[in-house]
Ligand binder design. Structure first.
Ligand code: UDX
Ligand code: UDX
Length: 470
């Protein structure tokens, strides 16, 4: 079967860029991305491409070419579902914040709502593609809901997890290491798998497209993220030991990474990993292992998260202890708030947790991030505090100690310490001599990303602290 009309539910970080690239590369397929959030859809339709809701290098160019041709963004979900022969589900699947599995399991309520809506609206056969990261065997749940629609429509459920990383999403889509498609090993399942293989074959080679059964595909996504996060926690664990032993974690990582069996990627010690996926997916994996009565396996993976929490905490604590055991009333400049460079995404960013810790110690936090707005930064902190049961009055009070600047200079001027939370390239080329002159002395730098030149900064006069620099 040849797919002619694709609909995607969820115009977020995954749905938006992925569908834009499919539309660009498959001009014969009409692609409609729908979302309940009207402001988000308005952003995707904005004439000014600077206002797209997702910032990704190269995305604006892709949207400029495909939008209005065969790429459409809409809030009319029912119409798009009915017209499509293939429907991607790319709504968010956050960690549950309530009830059974709170703080661990993935919250599938949005995915379930999508399935119910598809079941209600569909009048002809459709292929449903799980794009959101989901627990293993979710396809079974989806199939059950879809099949109970009662209007005689056949649904074939595929798993097609997303491996793109933010900041390089467009490049990752253009030149994917692999695309994974899982489906039922039945005749109709194989037809559905082939239909999706044909979509990707418009720009990827057969070697890049892997097909598996549906459970392997679902589990591969969780496994890939768990392995990547585990590497970061492993090097971050060594960073603490480096600090205690006068070793240099970047030298250790380089030496270890040149072993071709280990490889050099994902060995950059940092203030801790963030992003929408790693923590959520590992917690989900841990929950699944406990569910299947595998406590040793669950504990093993949970340690990756615990180590990451430790790293964020350790960084904040080192700022407090180095600043003579208190940051009360002191101005701490935060360079960066996004969870990594080249994105405006702040989900689970280490900066949020470091700021929280320092605010508990009564610091004044002055943030500069080239892509993140003041309202987002304040919303991130408020959300964390609300989850932790902090009262509204206390939240309002804490926020009076958070200042967000549109110029780095204003965040840095008259500060007691600078903390680098995101590895934005521009921080490396700042005039650190002038920054030093305008700070309180001793002037401290805490480089949570090891991007600054420690020798140069020390020569200027800074008290320099890197991650894993003994
Ligand atoms: C994705 C995946 O879906 C998630 O499982 C994966 O682990 C990370 O990335 P992402 O695209 O980053 O999520 O989420 P988000 O940017 O929050 O986008 C989801 C969109 O779905 C939002 O715009 C939201 O408004 C929309 N949505 C949500 C709906 O349209 N309907 C719903 O019922 C729920
Ligand atoms: C990740 C996966 O890479 C991707 O395949 C999956 O689809 C979604 O989750 P993403 O969260 O966008 O992508 O970013 P990634 O580049 O993996 O970085 C995650 C976090 O780890 C960031 O906070 C980053 O700064 C940190 N990191 C990464 C390190 O601290 N050290 C490293 O060596 C690499």
């Amino acid at each position: 079967m040849k797919v002619k009309n694709i609909c995607c539910l969820g115009a977020g970080y995954v749905g938006g860029p992925t569908m834009s690239v499919i539309a660009l590369k498959c001009p014969d397929i009409k692609v409609t991305v729908v979302d309940l959030n009207e402001a988000r859809i308005a952003g995707w339709n904005d004439k000014n491409l600077d206002n797209l809701p997702v910032y990704e290098p190269g995305l604006a160019e892709v949207v400029a070419e495909a939008r209005g041709r065969n790429l459409f963004f809409s809030t009319d979900v029912d119409t798009a579902i009915d017209a499509a022969d293939m429907i991607f589900i790319a709504v968010n699947t956050p960690t549950k914040t309530y009830g059974e599995g709170k703080g661990m399991a993935a919250d599938l309520k949005f995915v379930e709502l999508c399935a119910r809506q598809i079941a209600r609206v569909a009048t002809n056969d459709k292929i449903i593609v799980e794009k959101s990261t989901l627990p293993v065997r979710t396809a079974e749940t989806l199939q059950t809901i879809l099949d109970s629609s009662g209007n005689g429509v056949n649904f074939e459920v595929l798993s097609n997890p997303e491996f793109l990383a933010e900041g390089t999403a467009i490049d990752d889509l253009f030149k994917a290491d692999r695309v994974l498609i899982g489906g039922n090993q039945t005749p109709s399942g194989k037809v559905a798998i082939q239909a999706l293989v044909d979509v990707y074959s418009n720009w990827l080679s057969p070697q890049q497209i892997l097909t598996t059964n549906v459970w392997s595909s679902e589990l591969s996504k969780l496994t890939a993220n768990a392995f990547l996060a585990q590497r970061i926690s492993s090097i971050n664990a060594m960073s603490a030991l480096c600090e205690a032993t006068e070793a240099d974690v970047d030298e250790v990582a380089y030496a270890v990474g040149t072993d071709s069996r280990i490889g050099p990627k994902f060995l950059k010690a940092s203030v801790g990993f963030g992003g929408s996926c790693f923590q959520k997916d590992i917690l989900n994996l841990v929950y699944l292992c406990r569910f299947f009565n595998l406590p040793e396996v669950a504990d093993y993976w949970e340690q990756v998260i615990k180590l990451n929490d430790y790293q964020k905490h350790r960084f904040a604590k080192s700022i407090i202890t180095t600043l003579f055991n208190t940051v009360s009333g002191k101005k701490i400049a935060f360079l960066g708030w996004a969870f990594k460079k080249d994105t405006n995404d702040t989900r689970e960013s280490a900066a949020i947790y470091v700021a929280d810790h320092l605010l508990e110690d009564d610091a004044n936090i002055h943030v500069y991030d080239p892509k993140v707005s003041a309202s987002k930064i304040k919303a991130d902190l408020s959300y964390l505090w609300e989850l932790n049961g902090v009262t509204e009055a206390r939240i309002a009070q804490k926020l009076t100690q958070v200042f967000v600047h549109t110029e780095a200079e204003d965040a840095l001027k008259d500060s007691h310490a600078v903390a680098v939370l995101t590895e934005w390239d521009e921080f490396k080329s700042y005039d650190w001599q002038t920054i030093y002159q305008n700070m309180y002395k001793p002037a401290f730098v805490f480089d949570g990303r090891n991007i600054l030149d420690s020798n140069e900064l020390s020569d200027i006069g800074f008290q320099f602290n890197g991650i894993g620099k003994g």
